[in-house]
Design a protein. Structure first.
Length: 235
């Protein structure tokens, strides 16, 4: 019997839908009953994570996400996932609010990077909030990995893709995004993390993951969710 999974979603909405699709695709299921049981809160009203981390907003997402975790726990889920990298900054607060585990998208992604490249350098494509919170930098350092991130101009490009395009429901400038990744490789990155789930939406829509040097955090979280829930992965 598989575990029931609680999903704190809506951060952002398209990324949550993409996550659910990935969970279905990655589950080796021959019938409906073989799939992962999910309880999903598509809570789009959670305050913006990056704006709060950068001091641009006083609306704290932490208590809202913690309340969502308690709500999911009350519905009987065995663990919680949050398909948002910037939200990892609030994971301790969320985990402290419940007695069940909270699966970390950042830790699982960096573990996958380490499996692929061993030691080396990882490039980070993420929101400015995620970079400022240094969640990936700390997780990478704990595993012996160095990190490199975009310069100011390239970071503006990344944020434009995330906020002005994907979150706004507009087409993404894929070539510009891949050019930023290439410049991180030129600066020594052995792998590049798509450390924002809006970028995962771009990867899914444009089939970018044939490149094994791109590590998609949402894809990693979906796979780990399937395994943690007790279901087999599809090859």
């Amino acid at each position: 019997m598989s575990d029931e999974v609680g999903v704190i979603g809506g951060v952002g909405p398209a990324a949550t839908v993409c996550f659910l699709d990935l969970v279905v695709r990655h589950t080796a299921a021959g019938r409906d009953q073989d799939h992962v049981n999910l309880v999903v809160l598509q809570h789009a009203a959670i305050p913006d994570r990056t704006a709060y981390i950068l001091g641009e907003s006083s609306d704290d997402p932490g208590p809202v996400m913690a309340a969502d975790a308690r709500r999911l726990e009350g519905l009987g889920v065995q663990f919680v996932v949050v398909p948002c990298n910037t939200a990892h900054h609030f994971t301790q607060e969320v985990a402290a609010a419940v007695r069940i585990p909270v699966l970390s998208i950042v830790d699982e992604t960096v573990d996958e990077v380490a499996r692929r490249i061993g030691t080396g350098t990882v490039g980070l494509l993420a929101t400015s909030g995620t970079l400022a919170a240094q969640v990936y930098q700390h997780a990478a350092a704990a595993r012996g990995l160095a990190t490199v991130q975009p310069d100011e101009d390239d970071q503006r490009t990344v944020m434009r893709v995330i906020y002005d395009q994907v979150k706004a429901g507009l087409p993404a400038d894929v070539d510009a995004l891949l050019a930023v990744a290439d410049r991180l490789r030129a600066r020594g990155a052995d792998a590049v993390v798509l450390g924002c789930t809006e970028l995962s939406v771009v990867a899914a829509e444009h089939d970018l993951l044939g490149d094994r040097t791109l590590v998609d955090s949402l894809d990693v979280l979906a796979r780990r969710t399937v395994v943690r829930a007790g279901r087999p992965l599809r090859d």
